[in-house]
Design a protein. Sequence first.
Length: 121
Amino acid sequence: MHTWFLKLAAGYFVIGVLVGMGMSMTHQFGLVSLHAHINLLGWMSMALFGIIYHLYPATAESTLFRWHFWLYNIGLPIMMVALYLVLTGVNAALPFIPVGATAVIIGVIVFAVNLWRNIKA
């Protein structure tokens, strides 16, 4: 299942570069924070998760892996869609940013605990 992190990372990479290209073509750079978050939290972080889980299989067999995967992959789209909406003037979406961000942050903490528990020095 850790390969899903890599597949989803590739999807976020495509979205991130398309957002960047759209800003470049229109000379409207109001989505730069969305672009950065998609590329860093979506593309880079998820690619690294997938690589780490591949290199250390015990971490991918842990229950913590599943918690990490689902928290991160539910929270990130919520946060990114809400951020997009807020940046385009839909302020009613503002409360959803911390909801998604909290799930992502808890997922990252679970990831760190998983590594500490399951990677032997």
